[in-house]
Write a protein that binds this ligand. Structure first.
Ligand code: AMP
Ligand code: MG
Length: 358
């Protein structure tokens, strides 16, 4: 299959033409990747069983990992959910369009291929003008998981989508770099109190300010083998670069010293090593391929750069990656959730390492 790649923003009439083309392609059961404010999505008609199935094939995604249905206006919700509780209504009012996905009880019309066999459906209204136009042109319901090969870092640039999906999907709309860079917060509204199944830009605190008590799936704090997370997709190794990744925790100077020791060791063994640093520590690492993912004082930038940096290490053939840890800021939990998965929960205590314990 030839994948049409189109750079949006060149000319208004051309943009409109490609939105129409994308809409028609989706209506006919095709696959179109487009930007949202979180990451690039791989779209298919969410109400067309066969079209949704194609997403799993293109991504190599396990069939029990359900898709998020993207809508473009509030009127669309009634057709796909059995009930839309008062609290869900309030969250929609406060956070849609935006990076929040709600799990709701589904109506018959939503096929099982879209929901991975579940009786609930995940719904989101993205805050991106192009995404909203494409969804409307497609008839209003677009299932769109991240447009990467399953297990790889999510795409934050159209180029990342091309790397993974060229020849496997009908079309890619290039709308430039995404704004947030990590996937939406998922909150299960089919239970009481509502429960966060995946952390993201919208935090527990923000949700609680809107609707009162919200819990977080306790499994998010455990290894997937120890406790099964409630969102089926969260149990898979994810967001992972090709190289083996380790997170080094501890106080500033200790972390830098420990990472430099590990890097020296790896280089002696002729390994290609990468380091995830910050603007503050970038110059403290004399050896290895060092990438800064932003300033520690700016968690939003760190979130936006994370996946691109992991992909850059892949491009450079890096075999071993050492990362500082990033707990701070309102996005700290979401960033660490992705980093821990990318590193298969491989965390090293810098103080222990220094004492020769590791
Ligand atoms: P992605 O579209 O790649 O961002 O992944 C979608 C995420 O939403 C996965 O982690 C899914 O497990 C989760 N998800 C989608 N639908 C449901 C649902 N009905 N119940 C629980 N989790 C869901
Ligand atoms: Mg994904």
């Amino acid at each position: 299959m030839e994948t049409v790649f189109f750079k949006m923003g060149t000319e208004e009439t051309l943009d409109e033409k490609y939105v129409r083309k994308a809409g028609n392609c989706l209506k006919q059961g095709g696959l179109v990747a487009f930007p949202t404010e979180t990451v690039y999505g791989l779209g298919a008609d969410a109400l067309n069983e066969k079209a949704a199935e194609k997403i799993y094939a293109a991504k190599g995604r396990p069939s029990d990992n359900p898709l998020i249905v993207h809508i473009a206006d509030m009127a669309s919700i009634e057709k796909i959910v059995r009930d839309f509780p008062e609290k869900a209504r309030k969250l929609a009012k406060d956070f849609w369009p935006g990076p929040l996905t709600m799990i709701l009880n589904k109506k018959e019309i939503v096929p099982k291929s879209t929901t991975g066999g579940l009786e609930t459906v995940a719904v989101r209204m993205p805050d991106h003008p192009l995404a909203l136009k494409v969804i409307k042109a497609a008839g209003g319901y677009v299932a769109a998981p991240s447009a990467n090969t399953s297990g790889r870092p999510s795409p934050t640039l159209a180029r990342h989508v091309l790397e993974d999906m060229n020849g496997k999907i009908d079309m890619i709309l290039d709308g430039g770099e995404v704004g947030i860079g990590i996937e939406s917060t998922i909150v299960d509204m089919s239970v009481e109190p509502p429960m966060i199944l995946r952390p993201g830009y919208i935090t527990e605190e923000m949700l609680e300010q809107s609707i009162g008590e919200v819990l977080t799936d306790p499994a998010l704090l455990f290894l997937p083998e120890e406790k099964a997370p409630k969102a089926p997709g969260m149990k898979y190794k994810h967001y992972a670069p090709k190289g083996e990744m380790k997170i080094v925790e501890g106080s500033g100077g200790c972390v830098v010293e420990a990472i430099n020791n590990f890097v020296a060791n790896e280089l002696e063994n002729n390994k290609k090593v990468g380091i995830i640093a910050t603007d503050e520590t970038y110059s403290c690492y004399p050896k290895g391929l060092v990438k800064s993912i932003g300033s520690r004082s700016d968690d939003k930038t760190i979130a936006r750069n994370l996946y691109a940096v992991l992909r850059e290490f892949d491009e450079a053939g890096i075999e071993s990656i050492y990362s500082e840890s990033f707990q701070d800021g309102s996005m700290g939990q979401a960033i660490m959730n992705r980093l821990l998965k990318a590193a298969s929960h491989n965390v090293i205590d810098a103080e222990q390492a220094e004492l020769g314990g590791i």
